[in-house]
Design a protein around this ligand. Structure first.
Ligand SMILES: Cc1cc2nc3c(=O)[nH]c(=O)nc-3n(C[C@H](O)[C@H](O)[C@H](O)COP(=O)(O)OP(=O)(O)OC[C@H]3O[C@@H](n4cnc5c(N)ncnc54)[C@H](O)[C@@H]3O)c2cc1C
Length: 403
């Protein structure tokens, strides 16, 4: 404990001396906000770049990753202290994204030494942005039916096919993709996990526009794309196990986003709901809200969120003892995304007509972000595997129920 408190003092001093003032208090609450890094990154405000570089130099963008690959080498307890101190000094994460949350941990578990040395430091420093090439036009929930063809020609593969719903494909530098290397094997047994440089000739990306007005998704096509054999993660035809492990990391990432006991600006989520109700005239400052039904719903939401945050914390504690995410990540993913949908529905109701703003005068930025986040929340229970698919996994692999 004494060591941990000494570490806390060091962190406090270092953050006070090194975090640019311009990034203090920044809140990233909207879809795709925050610094995702990569070659096409733009930094707003520009000091975000200095903040990223300072944190990355200490490995604190990936605090618990091994220092030989650029990570911070911190223990889970030290990483928790770092998170607490960042929140206390109102500092935003210097880097977020699929590199840190999805492919990085998968590389650390399944990568060869050469693959770790090639890819992990670039993720830590935010130099390379990654996207996920799993879904295809005819393969979503039944992911193992994927058809992207991958044929070996000596020291390289040739890839042909189409991926869809590739989030931020147009802004990414590399893609981790599932491809079919053995069409005659049982469907799960003919899949390979491949790392593909998106600047390779034959890769093309087309953004798809959504109801939220943004285009965070893409269709990604591969036409005779040559990929070196050493870019296979795991074994050839053995990609399904790697793919499932990555989905565990992805589902935990999604659940963590909604399981944090505090919202993006550091406020307790429950108090945000009550404050929102007051802002919209449903109660005076310091008084109980006038509508008993709304009071009940807000209290229920807050209790569910607190219970969920504590459950996530318990699972993090188990992870300290070396427990890797397994099928139980489906429980967190399911609960977190459904809870977030309920929270945003309630927020839109509390905001009344202002909760349905799209653009133009008369709406505050928070109102417009709320509408878009509400629409975006519908997708959270689809991405990373739908709620129905999570229920199937929980029934079969957590509860052991028959098919
Ligand atoms: C916001 C967002 C971001 C995404 N980002 C990415 C990305 O970066 N990369 C990527 O590869 N993919 C991404 N996806 C795709 C996502 O993984 C798929 O949409 C998802 O797996 C569902 O597949 P589908 O859309 O083909 O729906 P389908 O599989 O066609 O499902 C349609 C409906 O049928 C239900 N259903 C299907 N099978 C069963 C079953 N066995 N039992 C019960 N119900 C079933 C589903 O629950 C759903 O309601 C993203 C999706 C969203 C919404």
């Amino acid at each position: 404990m004494a060591d941990l408190e000494a570490f806390r003092s060091d962190v406090q001093r270092w953050l006070a001396a090194n975090a640019p003032d311009a990034v203090r208090g920044l809140v990233f609450a909207g879809e795709g906000d925050g610094n995702w890094g990569g070659r096409k990154a733009s930094y707003d405000p520009p000091e975000m770049k200095r903040w990223l570089e300072a944190m990355a130099a200490r490995g604190w963008t990936a605090p618990t990753w091994p220092s030989e690959y650029g990570g911070g080498g911190l223990s889970p307890d030290e990483a928790r202290v770092l998170r607490q101190e960042l929140a206390a000094q109102k500092l935003p994460p210097p880097l977020i994204g699929f590199g840190l949350e999805m492919i990085g941990p998968t590389l650390l578990r399944y990568g060869t030494e050469a693959q770790k040395r090639q890819h992990v430091p670039g993720i830590v420093r935010g130099e390379i942005r990654w996207c996920q090439g799993y879904s295809e036009p005819d393969s979503g929930s039944d992911l193992a039916s994927l058809a992207t063809r991958c044929e070996r020609r000596g020291d390289h593969f040739v890839v042909n096919g189409t991926k869809v719903w590739t989030s931020y494909g147009d802004l990414s530098d590399w893609i981790f993709a599932l491809v079919r290397t053995n069409p005659s094997a049982k469907k799960q047994d003919g899949i390979t996990f491949l790392l593909i440089d998106m600047t390779s000739p034959g890769v093309s990306v087309r953004p798809i526009k959504l109801i939220s007005g943004k285009s965070p998704f893409c269709e990604t096509r591969f036409e005779d794309v040559r990929v070196p054999v050493e870019n296979v993660l795991g074994a050839i035809d053995g990609g399904w196990g790697v793919a499932k492990a990555l989905l565990g990391f992805e589902r935990n990432m999604i659940a963590d986003t909604f399981g944090a006991s505090r919202g993006p600006s550091g406020e307790r989520r429950g108090s945000r709901l009550a404050n929102l109700a007051r802002q919209h005239g449903l109660g005076g400052e310091g008084e109980p809200l006038s509508d008993a039904v709304l009071r009940d719903e807000i209290a229920r939401n807050e209790m569910d969120e607190r219970a969920f945050a504590l459950t996530i914390q318990r699972s993090r504690d188990a992870a300290k003892a070396g427990h890797q995410p397994g099928p139980e990540s489906s429980l967190f993913k399911l609960y977190g995304t459904e809870l977030n949908k309920r929270r945003l529905e309630l927020m839109v109701r509390l905001a009344g007509p202002e909760g349905l703003g799209w653009e133009g005068p008369g709406y505050r930025d928070e109102d417009l972000t709320l509408t878009r986040n509400w629409l975006r929340s519908r997708g959270n229970s689809i991405e990373g595997g739908t709620s129905e698919v999570q229920l199937n996994i929980i029934a079969k692999r957590v509860l052991g129920l028959p098919d």
